[in-house]
Design a protein. Structure first.
Length: 317
């Protein structure tokens, strides 16, 4: 029997708290034989969930000491994730790791796991909105905010909220094989493996109009995405040399003119996929990619899914 310990800190996100029980419990049902024993572990034997997500109190017979006897520890997100975790929580997680447990985190639960120091020197992920903050606080962690989960063996981190489902299905697949994982996914009515990563959800806001010299050029580029814009034409519109253009672009947008143009075209393609019935050929033409194959290549690389898969997932009905 594989023991799954779910760490429940005050302010825990209710959905993430319940995901392990849902997935591993369903895996038991799908297999017809209990493979998992899911235990919710709270420092004081009771916990109040996040007020922002519908606060309620629950009691559990399992405390922090139960983490040391678990095969897998799951750390969901909680409302105080930016605060330093209590020392006894950190010690319990480190002890579990020392006993050979597989430590995993969901969403912003990565901040709690990172505070133990166990993720130092490893790749890790969290919700894309907080990836930069995790990297700032823990410079020894290689943070990737574009993927759904990262498996380092006994240290596994997953992205925002629903990616906890992907994480737990991945653990079932690792433990019991693809057939058991597929049967579990069917019962949950979830794809065994979702296309793409977090990149398809990340917001890319436009630079603020603060009177900088590039703003008119950015607006002109947005209006002319369908045209085959080249560096010389962009520099000419901005009335500066290509060298100056590159320098100003990096200072004001954090990227190069052509990379900014590529992302703007992908963003326009996303809008058209969501709101129109235009064919991929027409969208490729209207976004300046020209050939559908070129659109598919760049879209899959930057949005993490094919244009058709993106349209299926995000089409506004």
């Amino acid at each position: 029997m594989t023991v799954i310990a779910v760490l429940a800190l005050d302010g825990v996100v209710p959905f993430e708290l319940s995901v392990p029980g849902q997935v591993f419990g369903t895996a038991n049902q799908a297999a017809g034989t209990p493979h998992y024993d899911v235990r919710v572990c709270a420092p004081a034997g009771s916990v109040t969930t996040s007020a922002d997500h519908g606060a309620f109190q629950l009691c559990t017979p399992w405390g922090l000491d139960a983490l040391a006897t678990a095969d897998t520890v799951v750390v969901p997100g909680h409302s105080g994730f930016l605060d330093e975790p209590p020392l006894d929580v950190l010690e319990a997680l480190r002890k579990a790791a020392g006993c050979g447990a597989r430590l995993t985190s969901m969403c912003i639960g990565a901040f709690t796991l990172a505070a133990t120091g166990l993720l130092d020197g490893h790749r890790a992920t969290t919700h894309w909105q907080y990836a930069a903050e995790l990297a700032r606080r823990h410079p020894h962690i290689e943070v990737d905010g574009t993927v759904l989960f990262i498996d380092n063996g006994n240290l596994i981190t997953s992205a925002g909220v629903a990616a906890g489902l992907d994480l737990c299905l991945h653990l079932v697949r690792t433990d019991l094989g693809a057939a058991h994982a597929a049967a579990t996914a069917r019962r949950i009515v979830l794809p065994l493996q979702r296309d793409g990563g977090q990149a398809q959800f990340i917001e890319h806001p436009q630079p603020a109009d603060n009177g900088t010299t590039l703003q008119p050029t950015l607006q002109w580029m947005e209006t002319n995405l369908h045209r085959p814009l080249v560096l010389e034409a962009i520099a000419e519109h901005a009335a500066m040399s290509i060298r100056s253009l590159n320098r100003h672009f990096r200072a004001q947008t954090g990227t190069t003119p052509l990379q900014w143009l590529l992302r703007a075209r992908i963003h326009r393609a996303q809008q058209l996929l969501e709101t129109t019935d235009l064919s991929i050929e027409r969208i490729a033409d209207q976004t300046g990619f020209g050939a559908p194959a070129t659109l598919r290549h760049h879209f899959a690389r930057l949005a993490g899914a094919s244009p058709q898969a993106y349209r299926t997932a995000f089409r506004a009905h």
